[in-house]
Write a protein that binds this ligand. Structure first.
Ligand code: GDP
Length: 309
C-alpha cells in the first residue's frame, strides 16, 4: 500500500474547519476522511447523513460558510411545502441539499452501500479527498432527557441541546464494521488526525465501530488531535453536556482522558496551556496553539502546525 496519505476522523462543523485547512496545506487527494454517521436520520422518506454532507460540501467549496452546513445561496422552497405536508417544522434542508438526499435515497433503493453512495456524490461534486462513512450499517444516536428519549438530531435542532442529558445510546453500533480497508488505512497512514469534533457523539461514535479503537491504539505515535474544548467550554454544540453525562470533566484534560488509550499527540489551545503538564502526565505529548479557527488563515495555520509536528 502506498503510504503517502493521511487518515482523518471527523464529525461535522468543527471537523470541516480543520479539514478545509488541511486541504489547503496538502494535496486533498492524500486525505482519507472517516466520518461519523451516528447522526444519520430518515425524514420525509429521505436518507440524510448530516456529517458526511457537511464535509462533502466544504471540500466541494459549496458549503454555506456562515452556517457551516448546507449549500451557499440556498433556497428553501421545497421545505416550506414539506413542512405543510408533514406538519413538522424543526428540520432544515434547502433545495440543493434535498437533491443530495433524494439522490442518496435513490441509490440506496438500487442497492448501493453508504460508502459507494458517498464516493459517487463526491465524484459528482468534484471532491478529490476520499470520504468514508464510519460504517455501512445503520447506527442511530439517541439522547434520553427528563422528558423522554429522542434522536440526536431532534435533541440538537428541535430542542437546541437545551434539555439535560441523562443517557446516550448508539443503536446498532454493536453490529457496525469499518468500511473495507479502513483498518489498513489506519495502520499505514503517515499521520492520523482526530478533528476538534464532539468527542462523544462524533469521534466517540467512530471509536465504537468494531475494531477502530484497537487499530488506533496500535499506532499511538502517529495519532494527533485538537481539543474541541477551550477554557472549559465548547465553541458550539452539546459536547459539554454529553461529557458531563458520561462523567468526564469538561476541559481539554477530560478530552485527553477520553482519548488516552490511543492518543499520542494533543494540541490544546494557548488559553489552556497551563494544563499542559497534567495532560503530559497521561503520556500524551501536548502542544499549545491558537486553535480557534475563525477564518481560512487560522484554519491553514493550525493545519500547517499539525502537519509539521
Ligand atoms: P457538529 O456536530 O456538526 O457541531 O460538529 P463536530 O462534531 O465536528 O464539532 C463540534 C465541536 O467542534 C464542538 O465541541 C466545538 O467546540 C468544536 N469546534 C468548533 N469550532 C472549533 C474551532 O474553531 N476550534 C476548536 N478547537 N474547536 C472547535
Amino acid at each position: 500500500m502506498n503510504k503517502n496519505f493521511y487518515v482523518i476522523l471527523a464529525g461535522g462543523v468543527g471537523a470541516a474547519k480543520l479539514i478545509e485547512g488541511l486541504a489547503n496545506v496538502v494535496d486533498p487527494e492524500l486525505l482519507k476522511i472517516i466520518i461519523n454517521t451516528g447522526d444519520d436520520i430518515e425524514l420525509f422518506g429521505l436518507k440524510i447523513c448530516p456529517d458526511l454532507d457537511i464535509i462533502t460540501y466544504t471540500l466541494a467549496n459549496l458549503v454555506d460558510k456562515e452556517k457551516g452546513w448546507g449549500f451557499k445561496n440556498e433556497t428553501f422552497n421545497c421545505l416550506s411545502i414539506l413542512k405543510r405536508y408533514y406538519n413538522t417544522g424543526w428540520f432544515n434542508a434547502g433545495d440543493c441539499d434535498l437533491a443530495t438526499h433524494i439522490y442518496r435515497t435513490d441509490l440506496f433503493k438500487q442497492g448501493f452501500s453508504k460508502d459507494e453512495i458517498t464516493t459517487r456524490i463526491c465524484q459528482n461534486l468534484g471532491v478529490k479527498s476520499h470520504l468514508i462513512p464510519m460504517c455501512n450499517e445503520d447506527v442511530q444516536t439517541f439522547i434520553t432527557t427528563p422528558s423522554g428519549t429522542m434522536h440526536f438530531e431532534e435533541y440538537f435542532i428541535k430542542h437546541q441541546c437545551k434539555p439535560e442529558v441523562l443517557k446516550i445510546h448508539f443503536e446498532g453500533i454493536e453490529n457496525s464494521i469499518p468500511v473495507e480497508n479502513v483498518l489498513k488505512y489506519i495502520e499505514n497512514a503517515k499521520k492520523i488526525i482526530i478533528c476538534p469534533s464532539n468527542p462523544i457523539v462524533s469521534i466517540g461514535t467512530i471509536l465504537q465501530v468494531n475494531g477502530i479503537k484497537k487499530a488506533l491504539s496500535k499506532v499511538k505515535d502517529k495519532t494527533y488531535s485538537v481539543s474541541p474544548i477551550i477554557e472549559g467550554a465548547t465553541i458550539k454544540g452539546p459536547a459539554d453536556k454529553l461529557m458531563k453525562c458520561i462523567g468526564l470533566e469538561v476541559s481539554c484534560i477530560g478530552v485527553a482522558k477520553f482519548y488516552q488509550d490511543f492518543l499520542g499527540h494533543f494540541i490544546i489551545d494557548n488559553k489552556d496551556c497551563i494544563l499542559k503538564p497534567k495532560i503530559e502526565e497521561l503520556g500524551i505529548k501536548t502542544y499549545c496553539f491558537d486553535t480557534l479557527m475563525v477564518n481560512l488563515r487560522k484554519k491553514i495555520e493550525l493545519a500547517k502546525f499539525i502537519m509539521e509536528l
